[in-house]
Design a protein around this ligand. Structure first.
Ligand SMILES: [Fe+2]
Length: 236
């Protein structure tokens, strides 16, 4: 497999292109730009067949319309409807939280784990040496839970579940998050190995103790996005 990681846009978003070397079929995860990935695939003679969305926040779906219009299949979890997602897409995963289904890219098979908490239908993509964790799990922390459709208890359960999944994977597989944020030692990596992540990630370390987890300061922020989410929740 070939994986291309690119930081696109002004919000530190990381996009990941997965390519089956045998068939030339490609899948883009969380496209910030459709044009960027169509051009990259054209240049390398890869067939960009699908896009997977870890969740439906705008900074992970900005390139979707362009890709959809050119015939790329868009896939995400149906529970993103709970936060208002109405497409465009071609397929919605329906499996329940903390369970997994599979998705093929050429001859490569990936596990699609449903890990809600940052958003109601967030997925984590695992297989072929990589874990694409979106905004569920960053390298040093986890995603916030105070946006519309987010849920603190669901995030806790997802992290307990993911920690067990990660502990069962080869320790040198790479974790590829949805944003390039700094970790506690001040470095700003774009990936960590599973063993490095299990040692460094503050949210995964705290997940073993519910009180400790709930006390983490990065699960909610007092900002305009949180205010917007509170108003939206009040309306529903
Ligand atoms: Fe997000």
């Amino acid at each position: 497999m070939t994986v291309i990681q690119a930081q696109l846009g002004e919000w530190d978003n990381l996009n990941h292109l997965l390519v089956c070397e045998k068939t030339g079929e490609a899948c883009i995860v969380d496209p910030f730009s459709g044009e960027h990935w169509l051009a990259a695939c054209k240049k390398n003679d890869w067939n960009l067949k699908s896009a997977l969305l870890t969740h439906s926040h705008w900074d992970h779906t900005r390139g979707v319309q362009t890709l959809f219009d050119t015939g790329v299949e868009i896939w995400l979890h149906q529970d993103e409807e709970k936060r208002g997602w109405a497409g465009p897409d071609n397929g919605r995963f329906t499996h329940s939280a903390l369970s997994t289904t599979t998705f093929k890219v050429g001859e490569l098979i990936f596990e699609i784990h449903c890990t809600p908490g940052h958003s109601p239908g967030h997925i984590t993509i695992i297989g072929n040496g990589v874990i694409i964790s979106g905004d569920c799990l960053f390298l040093g922390r986890c995603g916030r839970t105070d946006l519309f459709g987010g849920d603190l208890e669901e995030m806790h359960q997802s992290l307990v579940y993911l920690k067990a999944v990660l502990q069962g994977l080869p320790s040198d597989w790479l974790v590829l998050p949805g944003h390039q944020y700094s970790v506690s030692d001040g470095s700003i990596p774009t990936f960590l190995s599973v063993s490095e992540l299990l040692n460094k990630n503050e949210a995964l370390i705290a997940a073993g103790n519910k009180e400790e987890f709930y006390a983490l300061e990065f699960l909610a922020f007092d900002d305009s996005l949180a205010e917007k989410a509170r108003r939206k929740k009040a309306r529903n």
